[in-house]
Design a protein around this ligand. Structure first.
Ligand code: DGL
Length: 274
C-alpha cells in the first residue's frame, strides 16, 4: 500500500542537501523533510557523544513530524550515532553514511587512495572498521580538511581561498600518486568542481550520494513504505541557523525554492521544528 509520509533527512548544515538532491532525483514522488543543524556546526570538531545527543533529538523531532524513514546524511553523525539510533528507535528504518573506501580500493591502479572526511569521522570506530574490512594492500591517505565545512557554510563555494585550502591538502596526496579520492563528508561534494580542477582527470572522485539514494529506495521497498506513483513529492527544510543560505543551495542543487522553517533547540536539549 502507498505510504505518503515524508522521509526525514538531517546533517549539521548544508552538506546533507547533496544527498537530498540525489534522493529527489531517484524518488521524485517522495516528500523529503530536511533539517540542517547550523547552530551546532561543525559537528566534525565536536565529541562523538555530543553529536550522538544531537542526532537522537533531531530524530525525535523528525519522527514527531510523521517521518517514515530517517537518512543520517552526515558522515560524522553516522559514525557517532547510527548504532545508537537503531537501538533506540527499533521500528524506524535508518540509512546512514559510510566512507566509500570499498569502491576506491576496487578502482585504484596505483594502490594509493585519498579520503577527505572530518576529524570526528576519522576518530570513529566506523572509519577504522571500513579500513580494516576493505583496504587490504592499499595505502589510504587521510585528510580532515580543517576549516572547509565553515568555508562552505559561508557560501565560498569557488573562491581563491577555497581553492588554496583544497590545494594545500590535495597536492601532497597527488605527489604520493593517489588515483581515487573519497568524499567522506557530505559537505565536500558542494566543492567538487574545485576538487576536480585540482586533481585532474587521472583521479576518480567518489561521492556516495547516488548509492545512498539507491539504498533509501531499497529500504522503502523492503518496509513497504514507498509513496504512490501519483503522489507529488517535494522538499521542505528547517534549520537552526540562517535560512538564506539554504534557499541558495536548494536552487543551486536543482531543487527549486521552498520556505525554510526554524528549528529551535530548547534548554532541555529537545528540538522543535516550526
Ligand atoms: N556534513 C558532515 C559530514 O558528512 C559534517 C560537517 C561538520 O563538520 O559539521 O561529516
Amino acid at each position: 500500500m502507498a505510504n505518503d509520509r515524508p522521509i526525514g533527512i538531517f546533517d549539521s548544515g548544508l552538506g546533507g542537501l547533496t544527498i537530498t538532491a540525489a534522493i529527489r532525483q531517484a524518488l521524485p514522488h517522495e516528500r523529503l523533510f530536511y533539517f540542517g543543524d547550523t547552530a551546532h556546526i561543525p559537528y566534525g570538531q565536536r565529541s562523538l557523544d555530543e553529536v550522538r545527543a544531537f542526532s537522537v533529538a533531531i530524530t525525535d523531532a523528525l519522527l514527531a513530524k510523521g517521518c517514515k524513514l530517517i537518512v543520517v546524511a552526515c558522515n560524522t553523525a553516522s559514525a557517532a550515532a547510527l548504532s545508537t539510533l537503531r537501538e533506540r528507535f527499533p521500528d524506524v528504518p535508518f540509512v546512514g553514511m559510510e566512507p566509500a573506501v570499498k569502491p576506491a580500493v576496487e578502482q585504484t591502479r596505483t594502490g594509493v587512495v585519498g579520503v577527505l572526511a572530518t576529524s570526528a569521522t576519522f576518530q570513529s570506530e566506523l572509519y577504522a572498521s571500513v579500513v580494516v574490512r576493505f583496504a587490504h594492500e592499499v595505502e589510504v591517505l587521510r585528510e580532515p580538511c580543517p576549516g572547509l565545512v565553515p568555508t562552505i557554510e559561508r557560501g565560498e563555494f569557488d573562491t581563491p581561498g577555497t581553492e588554496a585550502l583544497l590545494r594545500s591538502w590535495l597536492e601532497p596526496m597527488l605527489q604520493r600518486n593517489i588515483d581515487a579520492l573519497v568524499l567522506a563528508c557530505t559537505h565536500y561534494p558542494i566543492v567538487r568542481p574545485v576538487i576536480e580542477r585540482i586533481v585532474g582527470p587521472g583521479v576518480r572522485v567518489i561521492d556516495p550520494a547516488p548509492a545512498v539514494a539507491r539504498q533509501v529506495q531499497r529500504m522503502l521497498e523492503q518496509n513497504d513504505r514507498l509513496a504512490g506513483s501519483e503522489a507529488n513529492g517535494g522538499v521542505e527544510c528547517w534549520t537552526s541557523g540562517d535560512p538564506a543560505i539554504f534557499v541558495t543551495m536548494l536552487e543551486r542543487l536543482g531543487m527549486g525554492t521552498c520556505e525554510v522553517g526554524r528549528g529551535l533547540w530548547g534548554e532541555n536539549g529537545r528540538l522543535s521544528l516550526s
